[in-house]
Design a protein around this ligand. Structure first.
Ligand code: IP8
Length: 274
């Protein structure tokens, strides 16, 4: 595989817990979306941007109701339609907010570049073409996708982050969630600012005694923080720095890009192990 480096590309995940009220079915958080859009506009002046968004109280609400998961299976057709429809709706709410401030989003459905859990590299590279030759911001999202033989599965936006990052080699990949980053402990924990991963994908923190406990977010069929961390490790393993920050303070992305101090967690490959 050719080793592309896209030094001014940033891939950003808008977490479902930021863009929707996760405990209130089908309710977008318009203010959070607007705030995020304004910061993305600022970032866009010096960077190329690709957006991935999660399902929040849209996709996850229906996935739970119809017992649908990431494992391919013969789920209820009604459930499949409901999840798909709700994600289209959420995507169009975000797209409208972007257009309202003169950003030019271009929605790309995940099934156009992922099929049967395999990705189509050509379609992914096409996003780069569109970024380089147009002023567009490709925007894709976690969704229900057809696998085969009548089976469908829920595809997480976190997995899309991994697929896009590994193929497009951005300068950074940023996950936004409703917490400041990764904590060393589920209750009363401390924020872990830097995590290094070794070649063996072992997590190394500055303080060797720090252990990271994982929790699954309530109302999440795709694995919550645990999946975010495992996808982040896959990305960092390719030499791409990953940041997890609080999406209610999207200005923290500007600090990251400026190389300033920021509140959040970075996950990077331990240089000594490269
Ligand atoms: O919120 C899942 O995407 P995620 C989307 O990024 C659905 O895990 C349909 C539940």
């Amino acid at each position: 595989m050719e080793n592309l480096k896209n030094d001014n590309l940033v891939i950003i995940k808008l977490g479902g817990s930021v863009i929707t009220y996760k405990d209130k079915p089908l309710s977008p958080n318009y203010l959070a979306i607007e705030k995020m859009a304004n910061i993305i506009k600022e970032l866009k002046t010096h960077n190329k941007i690709i957006i991935v968004h999660g399902g929040g109280s849209f996709g996850h609400y229906w996935s739970i109701k119809y017992d649908m998961h990431t494992l391919p299976s013969a789920y209820s057709d009604e459930g499949i339609s409901r999840v798909r429809e709700s994600m289209i709706k959420l995507n169009s709410i975000i797209v409208e907010k972007f257009i309202a401030i003169n950003l030019k989003p271009f929605s790309i459905h995940a099934s156009s570049f992922v099929f049967n859990n395999l990705h189509r590299r050509e379609q992914i590279m096409d996003m780069m073409d569109m970024i380089e030759n147009n002023d567009l911001i490709p925007i894709t999202y976690g969704d229900v996708i057809h696998t085969s033989g009548g089976n469908f599965s829920i595809l997480s936006g976190d997995t899309l982050m991994n697929i896009l990052s590994v193929n497009l080699k951005p300068r950074f990949s940023i996950f936004t969630t409703n917490v400041d980053g990764i904590y060393d402990n589920i209750t009363n924990g401390n924020l872990v600012p830097n995590i290094l991963i070794s070649k063996t994908r072992e997590l190394l923190t500055k303080d060797a005694d720090t252990k990271i406990e994982f929790s699954s977010m309530v109302c999440d069929v795709t694995g919550g923080m645990k999946r975010k961390i495992s996808e982040s490790i896959n990305i960092a393993n390719e030499g791409i720095p990953v940041y997890l920050i609080n999406g209610f303070y999207p200005e923290r992305m500007i600090d990251i890009i400026n190389g300033s101090e920021f509140i959040g967690t970075s996950i990077k490959m331990n240089e000594e192990s490269i």
